[in-house]
Design a protein around this ligand. Structure first.
Ligand code: BTN
Length: 277
């Protein structure tokens, strides 16, 4: 485990923004930082910021969210101690690439957690980060395509320095239980260095996504970190339910499943994915 005892900085330090800006080695992501003690949702706040070229890479962080949003209309419980952050992108790529934003968000988190704690997280398609089969982080990608200047907000909800008992009682996460970095490591994690690491890795993957052909590398990196392959899996898509085994991730980011009737199905639209143990 890497420790920065001398620099242990929590979100409420008055100079948090200045320290983060000084530490960050990125060219766009995190260059503009909004930090709040309390917000309903960093995701919603980010969406209301007026769209402009300079908004790309802006981040919004809140110590507490009162109405944190999860996928498919779920509530995201966001007490103090977690990392609740949204990052704004103004991408000039096709909407088909949006699924890859979920992949790179999750990959950035997995690599940053490994750098800071040496814990090996696993990925669940398309955007969950797991430790010992429990969810430690979820990624939410919201898209506004109303005008020709697309705005995409990536929300990262990372259970960092909190107790899972404060969230598990309220969870509505399919069959997944929650865990937290604090519980997995046995101590608090320095959020400043965690955020720095996530943002730097995110920029690296985002640049890879922008260069043509790198989506295959992103898929390969994602596959390396996932233990879904070969496992019995159920995918819910509205009223439909597909049962089978995961065999691959397709070039367009779809989950490729061999269904129990022997047919192969690419899943891109889904409401929930459940891996059976
Ligand atoms: C999921 O359902 O797995 C995604 C959860 C995403 C939660 C984050 S916390 C920061 C941002 N603000 C929100 O309201 N939601 C996202």
């Amino acid at each position: 485990m890497i420790w920065w005892d001398d620099y242990m900085i929590l979100l409420d330090e008055p100079n948090f923004k200045t320290r983060l800006s000084k530490l960050l080695r990125t060219s766009r992501i995190g260059k503009s930082i909004f930090l709040f003690n309390e917000l309903d949702s960093t995701q919603d706040y980010a969406m209301t910021l007026p769209n402009s070229e300079s908004l790309h890479g802006t981040i919004v962080i809140a110590k507490i969210q009162n109405m944190g949003k999860g996928r498919i209309g779920r509530t995201w419980i966001s007490p103090e101690g977690g990392l609740w952050m949204s990052i704004i992108f103004r991408p000039n790529f096709s909407v088909d690439n949006i699924i890859f934003l979920q992949f790179i968000g999750a990959l950035a988190v997995v690599n940053a957690i490994h750098e800071i704690t040496k814990i090996d997280c696993k990925l669940k398609w398309p955007n969950d980060v797991l430790i010992n089969e429990k969810k430690v982080c979820g990624i939410l990608v919201d898209v506004n395509l109303e005008n020709e200047n697309k705005k995409i907000v990536m929300g990262i909800g990372l259970n960092a320095n909190i107790d899972s008992s404060s969230i598990n009682n309220f969870l509505n996460n399919g069959n997944l239980k929650a865990t937290t970095l604090k519980e997995e490591c046995g101590n608090d994690i320095d959020l400043l260095f965690l955020i720095k690491s996530i943002l730097e890795k995110l920029e690296h993957y985002y640049d890879a996504l922008l260069s043509r052909g790198k989506t295959l590398e992103i898929i390969d990196s994602w596959k390396e970190k996932s233990e879904m392959f070969g496992k019995k899996t159920i995918v819910y898509d509205g009223n439909e339910k597909f049962m089978g085994h995961v065999i691959d991730i397709a070039q367009n980011g779809a989950l490729v499943m061999k269904l129990t009737d022997g047919s192969v199905k690419d899943i891109i639209y889904y409401s929930d994915v459940s891996i059976q143990t």
